[in-house]
Write a protein that binds this ligand. Structure first.
Ligand SMILES: NC(=O)c1ccc[n+]([C@@H]2O[C@H](COP(=O)([O-])OP(=O)(O)OC[C@H]3O[C@@H](n4cnc5c(N)ncnc54)[C@H](OP(=O)(O)O)[C@@H]3O)[C@@H](O)[C@H]2O)c1
Length: 273
């Protein structure tokens, strides 16, 4: 089978990171096409990736096997409702928009279209993303393999079997980068209060976050055990972790993640029509 053609409707940050990842992973540039409203955006994409670009969404989707919907959530209804007459029944739609439900996408795209709703996160821009994926019943096993190939270009992706679990993905990985940024922000600040110069505090904090994540990925024991191994009895780490526990940090994390889920449900409701 020929390499499928992917049309990116909307050529902003998310589309650029996926296009960049696909090209780095050997996807032929001539099998990618991107659209935007402005020539300025398109010429930047063309300069960077040497792919076909157009302001005509209809022209782009007519030649595509996979259509990546990469516009802002509030633009999705107008864009999809307009372009649906040009979408082939065999094409696969993939939405990256936060807060747009499958039932909205199905209503705007028309009956029977194969659609995947994805929830990527910002490290996708560096091909270190973590995405959740949910397919409607029209998506074939072969199309799921293609979706895995697309998302592996920007990191990892996990399929969920119920759409409501996309809210859990939002609470874990969608919003998750900001949790770690907050932790790093405070660690850098306290490091400087303790006398380190700002650059040193920043470099030590960043490398520690990176090293901890790499260790968690590489290790055959869970993170609770990795934590225990750093906590020598009566040592410095034990003092710090006990202080977190006294301040009920785990309960606070749970509360924060539940607040993210609640907001996601509210946003989906507001954007559905
Ligand atoms: N950025 C992230 O890390 C991230 C993470 C998770 C999910 N997402 C999702 O990704 C989607 C895109 O976000 P983004 O950050 O990439 O936004 P962005 O940088 O603003 O890109 C949006 C693009 O859509 C184009 N566009 C607007 N209306 C259009 C139309 N009618 N036809 C064709 N193209 C049109 C814009 O073109 P012009 O430039 O010409 O105006 C722009 O290139 C959103 O739905 C968001 O929820 C993003």
């Amino acid at each position: 089978m020929n390499q499928p053609t992917i049309a990116f409707i909307g050529a902003g940050n998310m589309a650029s990171s996926i296009i960049g990842g696909l090209i780095q992973n050997g996807w032929p540039a001539e099998r990618l096409i991107a659209t935007a409203r402005t020539e300025a955006t398109l010429s930047a994409i063309k300069d960077q990736f040497a792919i076909e670009t157009t302001t005509d969404n209809h022209q782009a989707v007519q030649q595509a096997d996979i259509i990546m919907l990469c516009v802002k959530p509030q633009m999705m209804k107008a864009v999809l409702s307009d372009v649906r007459s040009s979408i082939s029944a065999d094409s696969l739609l993939i939405s990256v928009a936060a807060g747009i439900t499958m039932s909205s996408l199905e209503a705007w795209a028309g009956n029977g279209q194969a659609i995947v709703r994805s929830m990527p996160n910002t490290p996708s821009l560096l091909q270190c993303g973590a995405a959740g994926l949910f397919a409607n019943t029209a998506v074939t096993p072969e199309q799921k393999i293609l979706v895995d190939r697309v998302f592996s270009a920007i990191g990892i992706a996990e399929w969920v079997q119920e759409e409501s679990l996309i809210d859990a993905v939002i609470a874990v990985s969608g919003s998750g980068p900001a949790y770690y940024f907050l932790f790093m922000e405070v660690m850098e600040q306290v490091g400087t209060q303790l006398g380190l110069d700002q650059e040193t505090a920043k470099r030590l904090t960043q490398q520690t976050a990176f090293g901890a994540a790499r260790m968690a990925q590489a290790s055959d024991v869970d993170v609770a055990e990795l934590k225990r191994r750093v906590m020598s009895p009566n040592g410095t780490t034990e003092q710090a972790i006990n202080t977190f526990m006294d301040g009920e940090l785990p309960a606070l994390i749970e509360k924060a993640m539940n607040a993210a889920v609640k907001r996601s449900i509210e946003m989906a409701e507001a954007l559905k029509d």
